[in-house]
Every structure is written in structure tokens, then in C-alpha cells.
Design a protein around this ligand. Structure first.
Ligand SMILES: [Zn+2]
Length: 265
């Protein structure tokens, strides 16, 4: 069992990835954080719990245990900004979503430390994800990667106004087959939640890097506004009643993805 992530191999064509739901921080790194950093407020809270139903659907599951403050698994390893020209967090973030410093004075990760974290924490997750995509594709002729996220619904520093509850990202149609995107959008529209495709969140580095529909690898990102299933303030309380309603939609969406009739050439 890896200290960095949980991996479960399933027999279906679907892989669920949870790059931001971990909260652990190795002690040598944690000692440099500010109290705001140690609070890991920008975690994609409870997202694996939200998708727990999918374990019974024989999906492959890869879930990060470490916090995105150690290194962000959904950013380009060369440090390229995700949304050029817009406020966005980086590979080894220095500030929280609201702009609070994460690191004590003089203790923010420099280039050498970033390189160390890439090798030690970033690469193993992506090596495992790549191996799973290859395994699933060898078995089915195609693979679908569904990257699972959530974020507070209002963060003025990062985006204007309130985020819809369901935010589908497909790198503006480039990371998956158009028929799959249509099927998911049709399913999303059956549920009473605000929603958008390729709005503020078009898919992070994972979606963009792995989504290669021409090579029969289809990637989707689902970003969820946290108020739809939890309190958006410490202690980040799970709301069972709201979560159950949201899970009905997510279950239907995941089933739609599983049922999508991919026909590789
Ligand atoms: Zn996320």
C-alpha cells in the first residue's frame, strides 16, 4: 500500500482520479507551513465519500493521500500556468485560494524543493495513473478518466460570482469524444442542479494531459460546488441530506459514462 495514494484496480473501462482530496503533509514539509497552510482549507473535501457508490461499479480508483499544498497533482510539472492571465494556484502553491501565505517567511519551496517534490510525490501518482490507463485500454480498447474535484462555490479572488453546482470540463471538447460529452451533458440536465460545461473550469492538467480521444483515452473533469453537499467553512461538515441528493445525480452521471458505447476503430 502506497503512502502517497490509494489504488484499487477495477475491471470496467472507467478510472476515477482524486488528486486534491488528500490532507496529509509529511512532517519535514508541514513544519514550514503557516497555520493557514496547516489548515489545508483548499482541500477537495469529502470527494471520495461522495463517489463511494462507484466502488460497487468496478471502477478503477486512484486517490491522493497528500495535500495539494505539498504539490498539486493537477498542474503541469514544468510549472506552466493552468489558466494564463487568470488568478490560479501553482504546482507548489505559495498562497491559499484567498491569498493567505501558506509558508513561513523564507520557507516557501524553491526550485530545488519543487524538483524534489516532483520526483518524490508527483511522479509516483502519475506513473500509477498512466499504468492504469494503459491496463484499462489494453482490456477494453479504450479508457475513460473521470477526474473528481470540488471547491467552495464562491471565491472572489479566483472567479466572479457563484459557481454552478456541476462544472463539466473537457478542455473545451478536446479531451474526450463529443458523443461522450453530449451523453454526460444530457444526463446532467436531468437533475435539479445548476450546471455548465467548460465554464470557469475547463479541466486541469490531468484532463488536458491524458485526454487523447484519437488514441481512445477520454478524460473529463467534474468540479462540484461544495455547498451542494457540505458546509463551506471549518470544520467542513458533511451534510448527509444534501449529499444524498447530489449523489443521485453523480451516480446517474457515472453510470452514463460507464454505459457510453465507445467503438474504437
Ligand atoms: Zn480539485
Amino acid at each position: 500500500m502506497s503512502a502517497l495514494f490509494t489504488l484499487h484496480e477495477g475491471a470496467s473501462p472507467l478510472i476515477l482520479s482524486f488528486p486534491h482530496s488528500g490532507t496529509r503533509i509529511p512532517e519535514d514539509i508541514a513544519q514550514n507551513l503557516t497555520p493557514a497552510g496547516r489548515a489545508v482549507a483548499d482541500t477537495d473535501w469529502h470527494v471520495p465519500r461522495l463517489y463511494a457508490f462507484a466502488r460497487a461499479l468496478d471502477v478503477t480508483w486512484i486517490e491522493a493521500k497528500l495535500s495539494r499544498y505539498v504539490i498539486d497533482l493537477n498542474r503541469a510539472p514544468d510549472g506552466a500556468p493552468l489558466y494564463p492571465g487568470q488568478q490560479t494556484t501553482s504546482l507548489c502553491p505559495h498562497e491559499s485560494f484567498t491569498g493567505e501565505p501558506l509558508w513561513q517567511q523564507g520557507r516557501a519551496p524553491d526550485e530545488a524543493e519543487t524538483a524534489r517534490r516532483l520526483q518524490r510525490y508527483f511522479t509516483p501518482y502519475h506513473d500509477a495513473l498512466t499504468a492504469q490507463i494503459d491496463r484499462v485500454k489494453a482490456r477494453h480498447g479504450y479508457a475513460i478518466l473521470y477526474d473528481c474535484h470540488s471547491i467552495r462555490g464562491t471565491i472572489p479572488r479566483l472567479f466572479d460570482g457563484a459557481l454552478p453546482v456541476l462544472n463539466l470540463g473537457t478542455n473545451s471538447g478536446r479531451s474526450c469524444d463529443g458523443g461522450l460529452q453530449n451523453a454526460v451533458e444530457t444526463q446532467m440536465a436531468q437533475h435539479p442542479f445548476s450546471q455548465v460545461s467548460n465554464g470557469r473550469f475547463t479541466g486541469g492538467w490531468i484532463t488536458r494531459h491524458y485526454g487523447r480521444p484519437e488514441a481512445h483515452v477520454h478524460a473529463l473533469q467534474m468540479e462540484i460546488a461544495q455547498h451542494a453537499y457540505m458546509d463551506e467553512a471549518p470544520p467542513w461538515r458533511w451534510d448527509a441530506q444534501k449529499a444524498a441528493r447530489l449523489q443521485q445525480a453523480l451516480r446517474a452521471i457515472v453510470k452514463t459514462v460507464l454505459d457510453w458505447p465507445a467503438r474504437p476503430a
